[in-house]
Design a protein around this ligand. Structure first.
Ligand code: NAD
Length: 502
C-alpha cells in the first residue's frame, strides 16, 4: 500500500504563532526521498550508538540534557510561539521532559542489562538469561499539544535503549523539533543518531511509516493511529500508540473540595484543555455537588485566557479544534445540559473562554468524545459505584483521578478504573515521575513510554539458554531411550499430577 503520491515536494512548511498568525519559521517539506535518506543516516549511526553501551550512551544523553537545560528559556519561547501557550507552561514542559531524559539515561543499564533467570528442575543443566537489544531505527511521530514533552517520552527512552531516531513532529511544531535536533548536534556532533524530518502527516508522516523503520512510536488521535497501524501492518512494523483521552475525575463526598476544584480547573482548563490526560468529565457524589460546583465556578472565574505570558492559557493551537468544541457544547446545551460557566458565546475567534456544563446526558459527544478544549462536564452521581461505572463507560482509557481524604478508599477505587494511570488527590501527578510507565488502553492506545516498561518498549527481547552440562535425562535427542521416557513420565506425574499434590 502506498500512501504517497509524490516522490518529492518543493513545498515549504510554514510554522505560525496561533496568537497572531506571525511566522515562526519555514522548512522544505520532506518527501519519501528525504525520509529514506534520514533513515539511512540514522541506520548508519545506529551501530555506533549501540556500540557505545549503556555507559557511553548515558554520557552522551547527559551532554544533550545539559545542552537543552542551558537553552531552556530559548526552547520554551519556541514552544510558546508554535503552540500559543504561555511561556511558563512551556518551561514546565522542559523541566518535566529533562527529568525523564535524566532517568532513562541513568536507568537503562540496570533495566536492560542481560539477567539470569531460573531454568527450573526439568532444565537444571541449562543456564538461562534474558537480554534486551535495541530495535535499530525508531520512527517517532508527534502531536502539537506538548511538542517537546510528548515525543521526548518516546525519544529519550528509545535512545537510552540504544536505538537511533527519525522524528517527524506535528506540522504545527517543526521549529521545536529543529531546536532539539540542533541541541543534539551540538552535544553529540558528527553522529546522526537523532534526525528530524518535517512535513504534514499525509506526506512526511506516511512516508516514515512506509519506509521500513524498525519500530514506530505514534502519539496523536485515535483516528490517525488506526491509519498509521494499517500502513505499518504492511511491513509488520511494531507500533506503540499513545492516543487521546476522555479522563474522568471522581469527587467523593469526603474530598477536600477546594483541592478538587483547583485540580479540576488545572486539569481541565490548563493548556486550553488541550491535554491528552487532562480532565474532561467530573463525577461528584450528589451530597457535595452543589458545594463543589460553587467552588469550581469561583476558581474558574479567576482564569483569563490571552496572548500574554501572564495569561492563564492561550488560544486553540489548531484553529479548527474550536469547531469541535462548539459542536460538543452546542449539542449538550440543546439536550438540556446547564451551562454554569460560559456557553456557546465563549467560543469566538482563536480563544475559547472557560465553559463548565452540568447535568449533561451521558450519551452527548462532550461526554463520549475527546473535546480537547477548556470545557468541564460535571455530573452528580448517587454514589462511588455509579461514579466508577460512568468513568469507565468510555472507549478511551488513558488517565483518571480520584479525590477523597480516605487514601485506602482512593487506592481501592484506583484499582477499579479502566485507565492506564490514576492519581489520587491530584491530577497529572504521574507526569513528572519517570519511574511510572505511561500509556492507555482502548481508543487511548497501547504500549508504554516512561519507566522501566518504557525502556523495554523500545527493546527486542532475546532469550539465551546455555547447556552447561549433559543432562541426566537426555530427552532432546532423536534416540531417546525407553528408560529415559519412563523416568520423564514419572517426573511428569510427580510434578504436575495428583501424586505431586499429596
Ligand atoms: P493527529 O492524529 O492529528 O496527528 C498526530 C501526528 O500524526 C502528526 O504528526 C501528524 O502529522 C501525523 N499524521 C497524520 N496523518 C498521518 C499519516 N497518515 N501517517 C503518518 N502520520 C500521520 O494528532 P494531533 O492533533 O497532532 O494531536 C492531538 C491528539 O494527540 C489528541 O488526540 C491527544 O489526546 C493526543 N495526544 C496523546 C498523548 C499521549 O501521550 N497519549 C499525548 C499528547 C497528545
Amino acid at each position: 500500500m502506498t500512501l504517497i503520491a509524490d516522490d518529492h515536494t518543493d513545498s515549504q512548511l510554514v510554522s505560525t504563532d496561533p496568537r497572531d498568525g506571525s511566522p515562526v519559521g519555514s522548512w522544505p517539506i520532506d518527501g519519501p526521498a528525504q525520509v529514506d535518506a534520514a533513515i539511512a543516516a540514522a541506520r548508519g549511526a545506529a551501530e555506533w550508538w549501540r556500540a557505545q553501551g549503556f555507559a557511553g550512551r548515558r554520557k552522551h544523553l547527559q551532554a544533550w540534557k545539559t545542552e537543552i537545560a542551558e537553552g531552556a528559556r530559548e526552547l520554551a519561547a519556541v514552544i510558546s510561539q508554535e503552540t500559543g501557550k504561555p511561556e511558563g507552561d512551556a518551561l514546565l514542559e522542559v523541566v518535566l521532559t529533562l527529568t525523564h531524559l535524566d532517568w532513562a539515561s541513568k536507568r537503562a543499564g540496570k533495566v536492560l542489562s542481560r539477567r539470569k533467570v531460573a531454568s527450573g528442575l526439568a532444565s537444571y543443566n541449562q543456564s538461562a538469561s534474558v537480554g534486551y537489544e535495541p530495535y535499530g531505527v525508531v520512527g517517532v511521530i508527534g502531536p502539537w499539544n506538548y511538542p517537546f514533552y510528548t515525543p521526548m517520552g518516546s525519544i529519550s527512552y528509545a535512545l537510552a535503549a540504544g536505538n537511533a531516531i527519525v522524528f517527524k513532529p506535528s506540522e504545527l511544531a517543526p521549529a521545536t523539533a529543529k531546536w532539539i535536533e540542533a541541541a543534539w548536534n551540538r552535544a553529540v556532533p558528527g553522529h546522526a543518531v537523532f534526525g528530524v524530518v518535517v512535513g504534514d502527516g499525509a506526506t512526511t508522516g506516511a512516508a516514515l511509516v512506509a519506509a521500513g523503520v524498525d519500530k514506530l512510536a505514534f502519539t496523536g488521535s485515535a483516528a490517525t493511529a488506526k491509519r498509521v497501524m494499517a500502513a505499518a501492518a504492511e511491513r509488520l512494523t511494531p507500533v506503540v500508540i499513545e492516543g487521546g483521552g476522555k479522563d474522568a475525575m471522581i469527587v467523593a463526598a469526603d474530598a477536600d473540595l477546594d483541592a478538587a476544584a483547583g485540580f479540576a480547573v488545572f486539569g481541565g482548563m490548563g493548556n486550553a484543555g488541550q491535554t491528552c490526560a487532562g480532565v474532561e468529565r467530573v463525577y461528584v457524589e450528589e451530597g457535595v455537588a452543589e458545594a463543589f460546583v460553587a467552588k469550581l465556578v469561583a476558581a474558574v472565574a479567576k482564569l483569563h485566557p490571552g496572548p500574554e505570558a501572564s495569561d492563564s492559557y492561550g488560544p486553540m493551537t489548531l484553529a479548527r479544534q474550536s469547531e469541535i468544541v462548539a459542536r460538543h457544547v452546542g449539542e449538550a446545551l440543546d439536550r438540556g445540559a446547564v451551562a454554569v460557566v460560559g456557553g456557546r458565546e465563549s467560543i469566538a475567534g482563536g480563544y475559547v473562554q472557560p465553559i463548565v456544563l452540568r447535568d449533561v446526558p451521558e450519551d452527548c459527544a462532550v461526554v463520549t468524545e475527546e473535546t480537547f478544549g477548556p470545557v468541564l462536564v460535571v455530573n452528580p452521581v448517587r454514589d462511588l459505584d455509579e461514579a466508577v461505572a460512568r468513568a469507565n463507560a468510555t472507549d478511551y482509557g488513558l488517565g483518571a483521578s480520584i479525590f477523597t481524604k480516605d487514601l485506602r478508599k482512593g487506592r481501592a477505587l484506583a484499582e477499579r478504573l479502566r485507565a492506564g494511570a490514576v492519581t489520587v488527590n491530584s491530577v497529572l501527578g504521574f507526569a513528572g515521575i519517570p519511574g511510572l510507565p505511561f500509556g492507555g488502553r482502548g481508543e487511548s492506545g497501547f504500549g508504554r513510554i516512561h519507566g522501566a516498561d518504557g525502556l523495554r518498549e523500545f527493546s527486542v527481547v532475546k532469550s539465551v539458554a546455555v547447556q552447561t552440562m549433559k543432562p541426566m535425562l537426555d530427552l532432546l535427542t532423536m534416540e531417546r531411550s525407553a528408560k529415559d521416557m519412563h523416568l520423564a513420565e514419572r517426573m511428569l506425574h510427580m510434578m504436575h499430577g495428583r501424586r505431586g499434590k499429596r
